[in-house]
Write a protein that binds this ligand. Structure first.
Ligand code: NAD
Length: 265
């Protein structure tokens, strides 16, 4: 199943589930930027929430808000019983600590899975694992290579693959070109989250490898992945229309989990 088909199918399931719920699950999206990419992400999230019939509130705050005031706003929604999930769109204005903000959202409403004590899996790695499972990709005893070690993608991805009994290698900015090539040549599952257009291109891959391309690189208004398209492998996720859609889907699924957890349904 392509990612588009899979996401459409999962969304239709979520729509049927939400139809039965009263009150509807509600997400609050807090935005403190005028960043173009963020606006596009928020528009996408709102469209998704409307598609599945969930309710939402989009809170736009002034760019000169202080950290203290922003934390107070988050706390208001933490204590609002009608709110099931809270998402603070990054980036934040200079001078506001992302860490403090992520830790302010109470874990039970943390749809992004960013809180250190969160019950929920960060959206990108969750979406990737769920999709690979749906595609019946084998994990146990397989060699998985994760390129990139960010807190939102690389690290949680490596942990999930390890929990699936993969042999996991995490590569990063200090990895040599020779080592990169060595590990890639033996990899069954490759997750690349570096943020460089076609970072992977002419390396040698196993014919039955799976390449999950997380990268989103905008060059002259066009989106490119971290891997050049059409590698000779078993499965390669496209950009656009790939991991970004899975990430959006996971946020909806996490919202439903927040709803059920807090309301005991
Ligand atoms: P990041 O931007 O915080 O960090 C990049 C990572 O790449 C670092 O861990 C670094 O060690 C590694 N790296 C840099 N140069 C390298 C090299 N030469 N060899 C090996 N590793 C190298 O990471 P991020 O936030 O995970 O984002 C990575 C990419 O994924 C970006 O393009 C981002 O836009 C994209 N992204 C996409 C989604 C999605 O839903 N599709 C979600 C999150 C991030």
């Amino acid at each position: 199943m392509t990612i588009k088909e899979y996401v459409a199918y999962r969304k239709s399931e979520l729509t049927s589930l939400i139809k039965e719920l009263n009150p509807l699950p509600k997400l609050v999206i807090i935005q403190v930027n005028e960043d173009e990419a963020s606006m596009a992400y928020i528009r996408g999230k709102i469209k998704d929430l409307q598609t599945i019939g969930a309710s939402f509130e989009h809170v736009k705050l002034p760019l000169d808000i202080s950290e203290e005031e922003l934390l107070k706003v988050i706390d208001k929604y933490n204590n609002d019983d009608t709110v099931d999930g809270i998402l603070v769109q990054m980036p934040l204005p200079k001078g506001i600590s992302e860490e403090k903000v992520k830790e302010k959202v109470i874990p039970v409403k943390d749809v992004d899975g960013f809180h250190p004590m969160s019950k929920y899996i960060p959206c990108t790695p969750k979406g990737i694992i769920d999709y690979l499972e749906n595609e019946k990709i084998a994990f146990s005893g397989k060699n998985a290579v994760v390129i990139g070690r960010s807190n939102i993608v690389g690290k949680p991805m490596a942990k999930l693959l390890l929990n699936k009994n993969c042999n996991v290698t995490v590569l990063h900015s200090k990895t040599t070109k020779e080592d990169l090539e060595f590990y890639l040549a033996h990899a069954d599952i490759i997750v690349v989250a570096v943020g460089k257009k076609y970072f992977l291109e002419n390396q040698k891959f196993k014919e039955d490898a799976v390449i999950v391309d997380v990268g989103i690189n905008r060059v002259d208004g066009v989106l490119y992945g971290d891997c050049a398209p059409d590698r000779k492998v078993r499965l390669q996720t496209p950009v656009p229309g790939g991991v970004g859609l899975l990430t959006r889907l996971s946020m909806l699924e996490n919202l439903l989990l927040c709803y059920k957890e807090r309301r005991g349904k």
